[in-house]
Write a protein of this length. Structure first.
Length: 324
């Protein structure tokens, strides 16, 4: 079996562990349904062992970290936390003593969210490209200039090193691991069981334009953005949107850009391409997807998709298709 070890410490972020662990457990369940043996064995470890409390107050039982020495390790992941618990973990002498000897023994190692800073503090990420929570990127890069921090990626693979951005992106990274270890069909089944909106590739930005717009509750365009999302197939040029907003084209362009940080054209294109990825993951034909998201003809859709994501819609569909 492939052993997955989550390294925890007091005050850790519970979802950083529970989300990916649910993915690996879900893969075992999917294998069992077709008469196959489980593939993943999940273990929890901490510097001192015993009961460790998360930031939520929920505690979990762990083994001592030094007990892992000499054992066969598949995946070794250290989870993240808020600043206080994270700083304490980075200074923990037992953690600092154990990690450098364990990472070379693992088939792959890495972190979820800000946990990468613990690895970086030990020099284990020098010269490597990593992902971390958007709120920690600047601090991470300032403290560890020899590490190449990708401020947008959901997760990054660099050889044996796997790192993910904030919290729920650990689920995306775990699904990618399952797809690599087993197959995309198993990963898709797990994603469906977890009721995920879509399996997200690592190169997708951490920043959803729709979520960012929704977060700005005082934006005068919240209702308009909701309408755009529901009518991606319709003509959504500046004249049409300005008319719906009751503004002149010039005034609308200026105010919308100020409110969302993007021009209307770029914002609409991003929403359309995000929706296209979801439809492609369902296996829909390219022409049908292009029509539904308002990026027809299909040649135009393919060109824009390739430019934005670095791969064709057809390739994306094959990589991320979720079987019904």
């Amino acid at each position: 079996m492939h052993r997955v070890v989550f390294i925890l410490y007091p005050g850790f972020e519970l979802l950083d562990m529970a989300g990916p662990a649910s993915v690996f457990n879900g893969a075992n369940r999917a294998l069992g349904q077709v008469g196959k043996a489980p593939f993943y064995q999940i273990s929890l470890a901490s510097p001192g062992g015993g009961e460790v409390a998360s930031s939520t107050g929920i505690s979990v039982q762990t083994a001592r970290l030094d007990e892992l020495r000499g054992q066969r390790l598949g995946t070794l992941l250290i989870v993240g936390a808020e600043s206080g618990p994270l700083q304490a973990a980075m200074a923990d002498p037992e953690l600092r003593a154990a990690l450098p000897g364990l990472t070379p023994e693992a088939e792959r190692f890495g972190s979820v969210c800000s946990g990468g800073m613990v690895l970086a503090g030990l020099g284990l990420l020098d010269g490597r490209r990593v992902a971390t929570h958007w709120d920690a990127c600047a601090r991470f890069q300032a403290h560890f200039p020899d590490v190449n921090v990708d401020p947008e990626a959901l997760y990054v693979t660099d050889g044996r090193l796997w790192t993910s951005a904030g919290v729920t992106t650990g689920i995306d990274m775990a699904l990618a691991m399952v797809a690599r270890d087993l197959d995309a069909g198993i990963a898709g089944e797990v994603a469906q069981r977890l009721v995920l909106y879509a399996r997200r590739p690592g190169h997708q930005s951490q920043f959803s334009p729709l979520l960012s717009a929704q977060a700005r509750g005082d934006s005068p365009f919240v209702a308009l953005i909701g309408w755009i999302q529901a009518n991606l197939h319709a003509p959504l040029d500046v004249p049409a949107l300005a008319d719906r907003a009751g503004l002149s084209e010039r005034s609308f362009h200026r105010k919308f850009t100020a409110a969302t940080g993007q021009t209307p054209a770029h914002f609409v294109e991003t929403l359309r391409l995000d929706a296209a990825r979801m439809l492609l993951s369902r296996g829909l034909p390219l022409k049908q997807v292009a029509t539904q998201v308002g990026l027809f003809p299909a040649a135009r859709f393919s060109r824009l998709f390739q430019k934005r994501f670095g791969l064709s819609p057809g390739t994306y569909r094959e990589m991320h298709r979720i079987e019904p």
